[in-house]
Design a binder for this molecule. Structure first.
Ligand code: NAP
Length: 476
């Protein structure tokens, strides 16, 4: 592990991500005294700003996006901030930035800018001594649009930074419940013996949004649900869920196991996927427009995708992983649902024994529910009456006094500390793209176009059929 950074440089410091997530996260970490006192933060973007203007800008962003009780005395945090005007495509400004950093500093560089700007930024950093063995770099998604473009980005970054200094963000890995999935599996004796094809019948992973296009019009229409959600967040969830026990909770051990899962994803047949695009409908109690109306033109981009995936390895042989994600769906929910197999033999004649189910809620609620069969209280003469009851661990209740954190807080802290465990390694990203490119090639070959679904529904009926063909019902 590389050491802790003295300076954090934030490229794209005036952008949406910086305002909504990065500056509030850093302020919250400061309020909780988790940033070391000497850490300085330099914001940079093209907009011309004096230091005080940037501090005012940051204050406004924090007041808008961070609850009052998490801000602490903001003055100390704001005093850490300075600013450098810089167009990354031009040579001017980098020397001044290097001067602000100073000599012999450990630097963490966060690129919250479009990936098309990564290459000129890296060139500018390298020519000004900011891409040496004292620097580490953090990259925001999207890392390419396919394997080829992803390799080009990775090659450009690798030309200046070794892999142990590259931190690729998947903000899902910063979520508390996603890390809790690792604790659940490897800090309990209960689950691991059951975590295999012998005991698990199938797994469902859902990442459902109620929002439509919002402000991401051109980006989203070029990407679609498969590349925006499945390629990164959902495959990371799948990898953490399905990986073998790592020998240790360290970057190499964890990522070695995840990449094995990603490489064991079976190539998908078009009939194992369903794509959809929303039409107008009722969402959140109001009528909302369809995707084509929001976009202002016709488009073949999928706003919904459902996939029946398989892992070709010993542990998961024959276990389908049903994944679905989409916009303008019925409810905002991200969860993993584990359906265990039926008991081998029932000793309760006439009673229906429902297989156990484990629901790992990621958002909006962070909770874990295990459904168990129990006896309904009472004296029966014709044998027991059984019923499924939930054993629920609601995280906020279990840990009172702990506040819900922004996923970026964990990741920014790890970036500054130099811990890559919750960041994605190059081989993982490339395995993810490899599988996703295969799906897109199949869609193209088969001429698959998205089916329509009403906003506020759970997606096209074909997605329900995809699961029901196997006797599976999506968890709702
Ligand atoms: P954004 O709002 O468009 O901000 C882009 C930032 O880059 C601004 O600070 C902009 O500032 C700066 N910039 C643009 N051109 C520049 C140049 N030539 N030289 C220096 N700075 C330049 O974008 P964003 O939403 O913050 O997203 C940033 C990155 O994160 C993107 O790759 C995006 O895909 C990714 N991302 C965003 C989100 C999100 O929720 N927003 C989520 C996941 C990933 P100036 O105009 O002042 O230069």
């Amino acid at each position: 592990m590389i050491g802790k950074a003295d300076t954090l440089i934030l490229f794209g410091a005036t952008g949406d991500l910086a305002q909504r997530m990065l500056l509030p996260s850093l302020c919250a970490l400061d309020a909780d005294e988790l940033l070391h006192p000497d850490l300085r933060i330099i914001g940079t973007a093209r907009s011309a700003m004096e230091v005080q203007e940037f501090r005012n800008f940051a204050r406004a962003a924090i007041e808008k996006h961070l609850p009052d009780h998490r801000r602490g005395g903001m003055a100390d945090f704001l005093n850490r901030l300075s600013y450098q005007t810089l167009d990354v495509t031009k040579p001017e400004g980098y020397a001044e930035l290097a001067e602000k950093v100073g000599a012999d500093k450990q630097v963490a560089i966060f690129l919250s800018t479009a990936p098309s700007l990564f290459q000129p930024t890296i060139k500018g950093l390298a020519s000004n001594g900011l891409a040496d063995e004292n620097s580490r770099i953090c990259l925001e998604k999207p890392l390419g649009t396919d394997l080829e473009s992803s390799c080009a980005i990775n090659d450009a970054v690798a030309s200046a930074f070794s892999e142990d200094r590259i931190f690729r963000i998947d903000h899902y890995l910063g979520k508390e419940t996603v890390q809790n999935l690792i604790a659940l599996r490897f800090a309990n004796i209960l689950f691991e013996p059951l975590w295999n094809a012998q005991h698990i019948e199938h797994v469902q992973i859902t990442v459902a949004e109620t929002v439509g296009l919002e402000s991401r019009v051109s980006f989203y229409d070029d990407a679609g649900a498969l590349r925006d959600m499945v390629q990164n967040h959902m495959l990371q969830l799948l990898a953490l869920f399905a990986m073998e026990p790592p020998t240790d909770f360290n970057p190499t051990a964890v990522r070695d196991e995840k990449v094995k899962v990603l490489r064991s994803l079976r190539a998908i047949d078009a009939k194992e996927t369903v794509t959809g695009q929303y039409r107008s409908g009722a969402s959140g109690g109001e009528i909302v427009p369809g995707y084509d109306e929001e976009l202002g033109k016709d488009s073949d981009t999928e706003t919904f995708v459902a996939i029946k995936a398989h892992l070709d390895n010993w542990r998961w042989k024959g276990v389908p992983f049903y994944m679905r994600t989409g916009k303008r769906l019925h409810e905002r929910v991200s969860e993993i649902v584990v359906h265990f197999r039926c008991i081998p033999h029932s000793i309760f004649p006439g009673a229906k024994v429902v297989p156990n189910k484990l629901v790992i809620g990621i958002q909006p609620e962070e909770d874990i529910t295990l459904s168990l069969m129990t006896k309904v209280p009472g004296i029966e003469q014709d044998g027991m009456t059984l019923r499924e009851v939930p054993l629920n661990i609601a995280m906020p209740d279990a840990f009172t006094g702990k506040h819900k954190r922004i996923a970026y807080e964990r990741l920014l802290l790890d970036l500054v500390a130099g811990d890559q465990t919750l960041f994605v390694r190059r081989d993982e990203v490339e395995a993810q793209w490899n599988w996703v490119d295969g799906i897109r090639a199949t869609w193209e070959k088969e001429g698959l176009t998205p089916k329509t679904y009403n906003a506020g529904s759970w997606g096209p009926s074909a997605a329900i059929a995809l699961a029901e063909r196997d006797g599976v019902t999506w968890h709702e």
